[in-house]
Design a protein around this ligand. Structure first.
Ligand SMILES: Nc1ncnc2c1ncn2[C@@H]1O[C@H](COP(=O)(O)OP(=O)(O)O)[C@@H](O)[C@H]1O
Ligand SMILES: [Mg+2]
Length: 250
């Protein structure tokens, strides 16, 4: 289980860091293996900040991150390494995850090497993973600038799945993609959650997608969770006026 316990983040900006912005304010959540937990809320409410803290791309100002029972909040980088593989993040702009000067294959192989997958086994692993995400192998010789957004996102998934993550943070993973490509990738992610019991924190502003994907939903407003519950309940009969407006605008 991935647990966030009373996690907050305050950003300091401007001259001498005088402007303070509380982006996340005391959020707690529990994500179980195999569960898809939706995180919704208006732009700027703190969703991405929360997702980044969950994978330690950002240090929380306060609160704790507990991964499979281990408090990893302040764990030195070297000791965090064994946990890092278990929890991966996928962003809205997949091209930012890939070096534009590397072919897709180079990027994937670089991860394989980092993971210590022997050279003799890499081709077989690559073929299995590419098949899993429906990525044609001949595309892998191209550079990120020469393929579509959907193909890049599949290459990113190929790389991320190689880590055999237990938890995935998905930050608007398909909002830049065409509807048909989006549907396929979402289906793939659902399958991964169901079959491999990967727990997913699914961040999205698209409530239709959230309804189709998630088991449970948390609603965020101004850095706080204002409502949470089973997806059907939240979508059909939300308690807060805030969520009632979001649902009505779908
Ligand atoms: N690095 C940063 N420095 C200062 N403020 C930030 C930073 N990142 C995000 N913020 C602010 O924190 C708030 C939450 O941002 P974010 O988590 O990106 O929201 P969301 O993903 O829900 O749109 C916003 O007001 C944003 O401007
Ligand atoms: Mg965001």
């Amino acid at each position: 289980m991935l647990e966030l316990i009373g996690v907050s983040k305050t950003f300091h900006t401007g001259f001498m860091g005088r402007n303070r912005k509380v982006a996340v304010d005391g959020v707690s959540l529990q994500l179980k293996e195999g569960e898809i937990l939706g995180l919704v809320g208006e732009s700027g409410c703190g969703k991405s900040t929360l997702g980044r803290m969950a994978v330690r791309l950002l240090r929380p100002s306060s609160g704790r991150i507990v991964l499979d029972g281990k408090d990893v909040t302040g764990l030195p980088e070297r000791q965090f390494r064994e946990y890092r593989r278990r929890i991966q993040i996928i962003f809205q702009h997949p091209e930012s995850a890939l070096d534009p000067h590397f072919t897709l294959m180079d990027s994937i192989r670089e991860s394989f090497n980092r993971l210590g997958i022997p050279k003799s086994e890499q081709q077989a692993v690559l073929e299995r993973l590419a098949d899993e995400v429906s990525l044609p192998l001949d595309i892998l010789d191209r550079y990120p600038g020469q393929v579509s957004g959907g193909e890049i996102q599949r290459a990113v998934l190929t790389r991320v799945f190689a880590f055999k993550p237990r938890y995935l943070i998905l930050d608007e993973p398909t909002s830049m993609l065409d509807v048909s490509v989006q549907a396929h990738i979402l289906q793939l992610l659902r399958k991964k959650a169901r079959e491999d019991r990967v727990g997913m924190l699914f961040i999205s502003h698209d409530l239709e997608v959230v309804r189709a994907m998630c088991d449970r939903v948390m609603v965020m407003k101004e850095g706080r969770i204002v409502e949470e519950g089973p997806v059907e309940k939240i979508m059909s009969a939300p308690d807060t006026p805030y969520m009632q407006v979001l649902v009505r605008n779908v």
